[in-house]
Design a protein around this ligand. Sequence first.
Ligand code: C2E
Ligand code: CA
Ligand code: CA
Length: 734
Amino acid sequence: MDSRNTTPRTGSTVTVACATAFFLLVGVTLTGLMMNVVTTMVASADRIDNARAERAAHSVVTALEGRLAAVTGDNSVWDDAYAASVGDDPVGWAFTNWAKTSADYPLYDGVVVADPTGRIYSSYMKGLVFDPVTVFGPSFQKQIQAALLGGREPTVQFFAAGGKLFLIASNAIQPYAEPVGLPKPRHVLTFLKELTPAVLDAQATPYDLNGLRVATAAEHTELAIDLLSIDGNPLGRLAWEEKHPGSELYHVVRPKLIVALAILLVFLIGILVSGATETRRLKALAQTARHEAAHDGLTGLLNRSGLLQEMGRVQNLRVDDGSLTLHLIDLDGFKAVNDSWGHAVGDELIKQVAHAFSNLSPAVDAVARLGGDEFALVQRGHLSTVIDKAVLAIFRTPFVIGGRTIEVGASLGTASATAIIEPLEILRRADMALYRAKEDGRGRVVHYDPSLDVEREQLSLLEADLRLAITNGDITPVFQPLVSARDGRVRGVEALARWQAPTGNVSPETFIPLAERSGLIDALGALMLSASIIHAKRWKDLYLSVNVSPLQLCNPDFPKTVLSIVERESFDPHRLTLEITEGVLIANPDQARRAIESLKRVGVRFALDDFGCGYASIGALRTFGFDRVKIDRSLVTALGEKSNGKDVLEATVLLATALNIPVTAEGIESTDQANILRAAGCDQLQGYLHGKPMRGEDIDALLDRHLPTRPETRSGHDAVAVGKRRPAHRNGTS
Ligand code: C2E
Ligand code: CA
Ligand code: CA
């Protein structure tokens, strides 16, 4: 997997998760804060009201005390009452004025009158006689004593009796006008008022106190004030009901609050769900991206980076010391399939091959497609040739696509290594082996060997030398005579490249492909063309044939280059023949046609080289308008080797002559071969028999030798006869 592709997506997943968590946190915090505000408001409203109620309760007590004290004061500080108390019938007076009314008087429920010694002589409750000491206990006497000692203000105290609570006010009976501190005897008037629920309720209502009542000291309620006896002991409590204004308010707003919370909840759930969905979507995207980064779109197999990952994984399994074998496969002839049937068929072929590889053998751990028609198989452990054999077997039967039968082959390069070798290096090694397999001819398996690296190294050194040689013009032409089949006269020469490298002579079979691979072929071709023309200008009667690589022909600038050289050297283009091989006609027919046509227009001729060894169609021969065909040397050599060699050769020559294209036979080494070819219809011969490739100066010498006897000409060109037993020429190849 390419981590660059997936990191941003992983990042977005984290971002979305973080954003969702953040929103949730904010939502939950806001909800918490809101709930806290509400409960705080409710609680403090209740608390404030409770404080107010407590102050109100105290006010109620003060008001009750004040009222009873006022009544007691009015009745005790009274001249008539005082006079009666020290008169003859205080008992009767007390009864008439106070005791009688106690039965139904709203201001007090009972009255007690005592003489200056504290002896009670009149005591009534609700109009009936009663004994206050029995009812209220001995502390009642204390109340009377306190009143005897006091001045004009009544003593007010709480008393309890029989579960009831009373407020009792006592004061000395005294004349209104009497100054304070006059001599006694004093009588004491005491009024009693029971704190009944009705009394409390009437008093509490204006203070907005609910359910004010008397509670026992033991009763547990927080909303109460303590009432103390005259001795300072708890008597009971005045309790009331809590109003809960905050809670009431809360009940009012609660539906709205619930709606708000529900909306918030829906919002949060929405965020959670969309966050989760988005996270899931991003995860899926990341997974797809990871998959795409490691796989080939057409076949679904691993791609190059997926292969390297998989190799690393297999190595980590440490089976057989983590050793691993990589089989690289390149299809032979796939380009031709694409070119002739179209890319749809090519793609289908690739898919079928991929399918076949996927089901090849259980020993194959992974299958990858590395590019156009290159595949790789990963195999755990040391090299197993079974896999290579199985691969080659796949290509023995043709593929059938859309009713077409398509034949392709495969070349294999394999490399095995233990886990200490990086996957990339194993891939490089297998690639080297594959390269070699293709070089050596298709349908082969080559296993990597360190010598391949040495060769590659030598090749790259050679490439550097070649570059220098081209720049310095160290590649020079030698010329091989092309002679007339009829009379043996030299009609032209073929220029062949020679390179005397620092390491020794290098064959064109080596340095031409090297120049093609390293992009030097255009420069080399131009060098050869101009160097050959410089020589050929001296040989006014001869044609000049120059070899052209298919790659040169595919360069759109090729015709321009040729013309500029021809013009620069003032060479007659009609004397120039360019020899091309048929590969280019198949690989890049349109480009080839354009180049051929534009050069033919100025008189340059074209010969199809190596005819008979490839697969050029008769159609191609015709449409490209070749001026000459050169029968491949292998057909001439086969004359003596294969029984039907002669037939094949004759048929090939016949084919060309039927199309009205003159034929040259090359590689002729014997008179027999020359005779057969002449008989078959070849009008031009080339080979060691008629002359090996030689230096330009040797051609000069050859022409000079034959000048006096220059024979008849054809096509306006003179020819030079080459003797069959001529002195040995310098051979450019040796
Ligand atoms: P080719 O164009 O088919 O050239 C003919 C080859 O056959 C030459 O090999 C020549 O020396 C050899 N030959 C000619 N007569 C005989 C014979 O009687 N017996 C034997 N055994 N061989 C004979 P050479 O010079 O080694 O060239 C090999 C190939 O390299 C050429 O094949 C051509 O394809 C390529 N080549 C040579 N020079 C150039 C060049 O300047 N440009 C390009 N593009 N290719 C060139
Ligand atoms: Ca040639
Ligand atoms: Ca040839």
